[in-house]
Design a protein around this ligand. Structure first.
Ligand code: HEM
Length: 447
């Protein structure tokens, strides 16, 4: 009885804190938003993670689920837009594959000039066939045995050779994942070309909400080049076999055993999807985590201490927490397959129409005070379950084990350096150029 009463008081107190916090966030949004308006910087203001975090705080407190007739997404067919911000609803949407489908199929097919890739598939035989085969080819145990040691050696050498001044994007954060595709995937191609292709194709598939015709033309040209490169690489490996334990050789072994989905074309399409997922993502996430740490002197000092003491788990916790505040993607989207309801039988329950795109706000979910302890504090002792850094549910990132090992490995040798700092001026800020992905980020340290 006593605990029931205590729970009621705790729940009321929690709601009051949430309302207080969100009202304050609203005041700040109005004040800073007006300032940005007068300065003509509204777009930049809303792109800032801190602004988005405040918007989500207000939504979670007052209108956690929103349904609009307006079509925000132009790249994939839809009948309108919905936004879901509470953690339990975000996870629910990403779990209900029958109600909320992935939309990427049409553009995936344009990139392969035919078949879908498994991120664009609903549950079923095709998805099971391709993910099962590719998980046999890209084994979890490879990460500790092959991928991480190589990344560690390369990152260490790059930082050592930098002489205390480094543009980390071309030199380090793109280089290490590209090297992984060359040595472990077995299909790295020409370095700069592969980095450019995969960056543009990732943008085309996942972030081109406005359906830019110019990007479409670039993507079609580069996808064709990537297909030609992969067809050539597979033919070349078959003509000149090697014994390297890489993904391409494993796929060819599966082909020899008549494994479904492992025809030359199947291998090519699966490698194409993996390549697009691997290079720009690891690079951008590494930059965002570092950027966040550089904005937080205490967290930076603590991360550096952990790196220098080789406390790898603690160091990684700093990276995940930095990515919670500065995430790779603030939302994951799905499309309703039929009329349905989010959060049924609650005050926030929302009807979703068939065809509506649902933005499940993973960024918001990671700051929901109802489920996340001290959400606004930078903490390095959170359970892994608090994070939604690379998706959730059936389509959670195929590269999750790689990401968990490689991103901290890229950053660790940098963080070990003395007086690590941004280069002066704009050079010391992430420069995304026109691509939406980091192109340059200059840092300095004492040698
Ligand atoms: C920090 C780096 C990465 C981030 C932030 C990231 C992000 C994501 C996200 C958010 C999803 C889910 C998309 C959705 O549900 O709509 C996803 C899925 C996927 N990712 Fe990653 N990714 C990263 C690295 C990688 C790497 C290294 C690979 C390749 C080895 C990869 C391959 C894939 C694939 C194939 C899927 C689809 C999984 C499925 O449908 O079952 N990603 N990723």
């Amino acid at each position: 009885m006593l605990s029931a009463v205590t729970n009621i008081f705790v729940a009321i107190f929690q709601r009051l804190v949430i309302w207080g916090e969100s009202l304050w966030a609203l005041v700040l949004l109005i004040g800073l938003g007006l300032k940005a308006l007068f300065e003509g910087k509204v777009a930049a203001f809303f792109l800032q993670p801190l602004t988005q975090r405040r918007v989500f705080a207000v939504l979670r407190a007052f209108v956690p689920n929103i349904s609009l007739k307006r079509q925000v997404m132009k790249a994939y067919e839809n009948t309108g837009t919905a936004v879901v911000t509470r953690r339990s609803d975000v996870l629910d949407v990403l779990n209900r594959n029958a109600d909320f489908e992935v939309v990427y199929g049409p553009r995936m097919r344009k990139l392969t000039a035919g078949e879908n890739f498994f991120l664009g598939m609903q549950p079923g035989w095709d998805y099971t066939r391709d993910t099962s085969a590719m998980r046999l080819a890209a084994r979890m145990t490879d990460v500790a045995e092959i991928v991480q040691p190589r990344a560690a050696e390369l990152a260490q050498t790059i930082v050592e050779n930098s002489g205390g001044k480094i543009d980390i994007v071309p030199t380090l954060t793109l280089e290490v994942p590209w090297d992984m595709t060359a040595t472990y995937f077995g299909v790295g191609g020409e370095r700069r070309q592969m980095q450019e292709w995969t960056t543009n194709l990732f943008w085309y598939l996942f972030q081109d909400l406005g359906a830019d015709p110019q990007l479409d033309a670039i993507a079609m040209g580069q996808a064709s080049q990537l297909r030609d490169y992969l067809d050539g690489a597979i033919a070349e490996r078959k003509a000149n076999p090697t014994t390297t334990p890489d993904i391409l050789n494993r796929c060819l072994e599966l082909q020899s055993a008549d494994t479904p989905g492992m025809s030359d074309l199947g291998i090519r399409n699966n490698l194409l999807g993996l390549l697009i997922g691997a290079i720009p993502t690891i690079s951008k996430a590494s930059c965002l985590a570092l950027d966040e740490l550089l904005n937080r002197p205490d967290a930076l000092a603590s991360a550096q201490q952990a790196a220098r003491a080789d406390k790898d788990d603690l160091f990684a916790q700093h990276v995940w927490e930095a990515l919670r505040f500065n995430p790779f993607n603030p939302v994951i989207y799905r499309r309703a397959t039929r009329d349905t309801t989010v959060a049924p039988s609650t005050f926030r329950g929302m009807k979703v129409r068939k065809g509506q795109i649902v933005f499940a706000a993973n960024f918001s979910a990671c700051f929901d005070r109802l489920d996340i302890k001290s959400p606004n504090s930078f903490k390095t002792d959170r359970p892994w379950e608090d994070y939604i850094i690379w998706g959730y549910g059936m389509h959670e990132c195929f590269g999750a084990t790689i990401n968990k090992a490689v991103i901290p490995t890229i950053l660790k040798p940098l963080l070990k350096q003395k007086n690590l700092r941004r280069a002066p001026g704009t050079e010391g800020q992430i420069d995304t150029g026109t691509s939406n992905f980091p192109q340059h980020f200059h840092l300095e340290f004492d040698v």
